[in-house]
Design a protein around this ligand. Sequence first.
Ligand SMILES: Cc1cc2nc3c(=O)[nH]c(=O)nc-3n(C[C@H](O)[C@H](O)[C@H](O)COP(=O)(O)O)c2cc1C
Length: 406
Amino acid sequence: MAQLDYIGFGGVRLAAQSYGRDDDFGILLLHGGGQTHTAWDAAALALAQAGRYVISLDLRGHGASEWPGDGRYDLDAYIGDIRAVLATLPARPVIVAVSLGGWIATAVLGESETPLATGLVLVDSPPRMDPAGSGRMGDSLRRAATANGGQWDPRMLDGFDLSAVEDRLIDAARQLKMPTLVVRGERSPLSTQESIAELAACIADVEAVEVGDAGHLVAVDQADAFNALLLDFLERRIPLSPPQYVAGFDSRTLRDALGCFATGVTVVTTLDRDGNPVGLTANSFTSVSLDPPLLLVCLANGAGSLPAFLAASHFVVNVLHIGQQPVSGRFASRTEDRFGQTDCEIWDSGVPVIRHSLASFECARDTVHDAGDHKILVGRVQRVQFEPHRDPLLYFRGKYRRLHFS
Ligand SMILES: Cc1cc2nc3c(=O)[nH]c(=O)nc-3n(C[C@H](O)[C@H](O)[C@H](O)COP(=O)(O)O)c2cc1C
């Protein structure tokens, strides 16, 4: 188990527990209102034992996550949180969510143009709740709020109004495209067979199951039965076999596949027409030829610094060492002052060379090739300096890594 931290909507700090090895595309667990990630303990262990990597999040205002100062517990704030978490994951997960977590997941996935998850499991989470049952549940949560030991923020109860977003959630459910399992506890006071059937009827690729002798918290009340049907659904619909990309399919899968090639990280620098320093982080660096000495880097057509590189006679490729992760972050960020905080020197061409890099290659621009949504910039190496003793900064599956000798 490891503790994970994320920055959610409005800068709210979110905490999560992870289970299992993080080298597979995983499962994101979202609990219900007035719970914490521990509601999923049994399921998280079963999933990890079945070889799945699991992230069990504490929603804002719950468990170890921050209670937002502005008291925002509306659907859009929760959606912003989950989008922020998903954006950090190297591959799209399956989302398994109960109650409040399920409404959030429905909105996040249904309202996104691009597929953000490979599968969805919604536990007792129909947009139209039984009013009498949810009233009683609200009352009991309100009573528990005073004695909940600081496990969740009581303001959460008034911050989220399901009745105001019911229609929006039904619309979102109609847009869900991934394999989806809808689960109901037979004795749930919140859902009815009709409300679950209404939800299931909206979803294109759906299976619906009712678990006997279980209430709202199916995964707690009938942990073994729930885990068995969850694992069965995953094995059948989202098996652990390798994901595949075929031309025309979503480019996210292609990116995930390309991310399997571990690289170093460079910052490529040049001067614009006015002599101002320009640079960006790039891991598309490749050596090309020894005689003549050529290297290349691929720059996105959308990169703001591309015009400067296309116009400049020279550029420098700075290969970063393990201590220069902040430099990489800075030259990939749109908001940070890239050169103000970076120690540079000048060699022959006038282009800034980042001091103490693992290696710096000063190049004259050789050729530029059009290649899809990137330009291939080939440089003729004119001067190099390198540091023989330091370790490289590495990048693999969307994360910074370090060399590990065992
Ligand atoms: C590890 C890493 C590698 C990257 N590799 C490239 C790359 O090879 N080519 C590229 O155009 N952008 C790459 N980027 C993205 C750019 O650094 C990022 O979009 C930057 O903000 C572009 O700045 P600009 O728009 O000012 O040119 C990479 C980012 C990171 C974090």
